[in-house]
Design a protein around this ligand. Structure first.
Ligand SMILES: NC(=O)c1ccc[n+]([C@@H]2O[C@H](COP(=O)([O-])OP(=O)(O)OC[C@H]3O[C@@H](n4cnc5c(N)ncnc54)[C@H](OP(=O)(O)O)[C@@H]3O)[C@@H](O)[C@H]2O)c1
Length: 234
């Protein structure tokens, strides 16, 4: 408990992603795009290590198969504590050979009763509801109970949409690379429900903008926070 009652007993949530100038997370069809420069990659390692837990959706695992480990060599420091890795897999389509299942560091697969799936003993399975989507407040409470005080949400487009639409984001950092991807098949930064008017868009407040590598890093927070944000561990 953090002293402010059960409603705020969740980790500080930071969404971080890299996008092209036209707001795409990847190439057409979701193929991974090398959008970050060296300093941005280093910044992401610092976030993973500092926030202590890192999350992606199963769509990202299927397309990118990330390890989500901290690349300590990029931080030029000896290996420290590895973050908890979390994957949202509400319907049980996480590939059996995914690197997240390799048992190399603490890993949670958050799923639902709709999945009917057994995961290997190398990971903790957390069933959050009837599905098909993972219930995010339930997951965040469970992470808090396991000692997590920060969570880095790395994507992809559907997961970023869910955290923003559920008002569960305390900070958003976006690295914008000076490249244009174009087309209609490249994933946008935020998927989820269609937006038809300004009554439905997600409003953020700019905290800072700084040049980084060849692009810019934008830091934002929600304009209408759902409550007092938990303290950031960074
Ligand atoms: N540039 C960057 O910084 C960056 C970072 C990460 C990812 N990416 C890119 O993002 C793309 C993948 O994005 P994506 O939208 O296809 O997949 P995603 O957001 O990684 O995963 C979405 C899937 O997660 C499952 N899920 C379970 N509970 C959910 C919930 N509460 N909210 C949302 N999803 C939930 C759903 O699986 P079911 O469909 O099985 O229900 C959903 O389809 C890839 O191209 C990847 O390269 C880019």
């Amino acid at each position: 408990m953090n002293g402010r009652g059960p409603a705020t007993s969740r980790p500080f949530v930071q969404v971080n992603c890299a996008v092209s100038l036209d707001g795409r997370l990847a190439f057409s069809g979701g193929k991974r795009a090398p959008l970050s420069g060296p300093r941005d990659l280093q910044r992401v390692q610092r976030l993973r290590a500092g926030l202590g837990a890192v999350l992606v959706g199963v769509g990202t695992v299927v397309l990118d198969d990330p390890s989500l480990r901290v690349h300590w060599e990029l931080l030029e420091q000896p290996p420290g504590r590895e973050p908890i890795r979390i994957c949202l897999d509400g319907t049980g389509r996480l590939p059996p050979g995914a690197r997240l299942l390799d048992g190399s560091q603490p890993t949670i697969v958050a799923t639902t009763r709709a999945a009917h799936r057994h995961y290997p003993a190398t990971v903790e399975t957390l069933v959050t509801g009837d599905g098909p989507e993972v219930d995010l407040p339930t997951l965040l409470h469970a992470l808090w109970d396991r000692g997590a005080r920060g969570l880095l949400v790395e994507g992809g487009a559907h997961v970023i949409a869910s955290f923003l639409r559920d008002s569960l984001v305390d900070r958003m950092t976006v690295y914008v690379a000076p490249v244009l991807i174009g087309g209609v098949g490249a994933p946008p930064m935020m998927a989820g429900p269609e937006t038809h008017s300004s009554a439905e868009w997600v409003e953020l407040l700019r905290e800072s903008v700084e040049p980084l590598d060849d692009g810019v890093l934008i830091s934002l927070r929600p304009r209408h926070p759902s409550g007092l944000p938990p303290p950031s561990p960074l």
